[in-house]
Design a protein around this ligand. Sequence first.
Ligand SMILES: [Zn+2]
Length: 307
Amino acid sequence: MSIESPTPEELQHMLEQTKQQKSYQADQQGNPLTSYMRQPQIYIKLPSGGKYWREGSLNYPSNGELPVLSMSTKDELILKSPDALINGQGVVDVIHHCMPDIKDAWEMPIVDVDTILIAIRIASYGENMDYSTACPKCTAINEYEIDLKQFLDMPVDVASYDETITYQDLNLKIKPQNYRSVNASSLDIFEQQRLVTLVDNENLDADEKQAKFNEIFKKMTELTVRNITGSIEYIEMPDGNRVANKEYIDDFVANSDRSVFDDLRKRQEKINNSFPDKSVNTTCPECNHAYTVPFTFDQANFFESAS
Ligand SMILES: [Zn+2]
């Protein structure tokens, strides 16, 4: 090549070479086994429609359909560790691994949790799941298969979250709690229940025991309040100023008229009731009694290998 500017032919040749080199490098870098790795099994829409997720926690595709990959061996091992399930980290890790568009599963609004877990279960083990119940009439154990897909197709009404609650001249804006706060609440409640058993078994006289129980119940009451206030996104003052500070909000609810707490609780109940009822209709093979049982997710059995 001359030291003068390259001719158009030379330039063309150089560009071709660079292109080829780049494509070769890409081949070397890309694992040839990629096409043998986990591919999306299904695509799902979230009940929240991507709303209520903190910015950056979800990469929401324009068509609203999120790919779901099956669990890997590593995911199954994570879920077999009891600690990983109790503190929620195991579930979060598996969601990140199976749904690459979810960047921070701790932020998922509670309205989306069931759909996400069912989708991962379907992507991993298929649409059918073994389920067993005891007949309420003759107590015979009834074992059957349920189609999980029916629960994915259920519409969830999240409109109630958009109606504000008014108290005097304040507007309370609510939102679904995220997995982080729901998980923290259940850990707290679990801990208090453990303490009840502990105190009960302790060798204390009646008064000492009562004093300790009172302490636990006081804590439980605080937890109940916190669970309700956890769904407040912010409180808007008459001047338009929005208070979002968690401590201020807790303090306000704990120290204001009881009607605030009652209104919040009623709204929560209304929202819970608007959720589709995941129930299963079945007939007892022993006595022919027809009954309906609620379908509940027990993480321990839900992620059990379907082999
Ligand atoms: Zn029966």
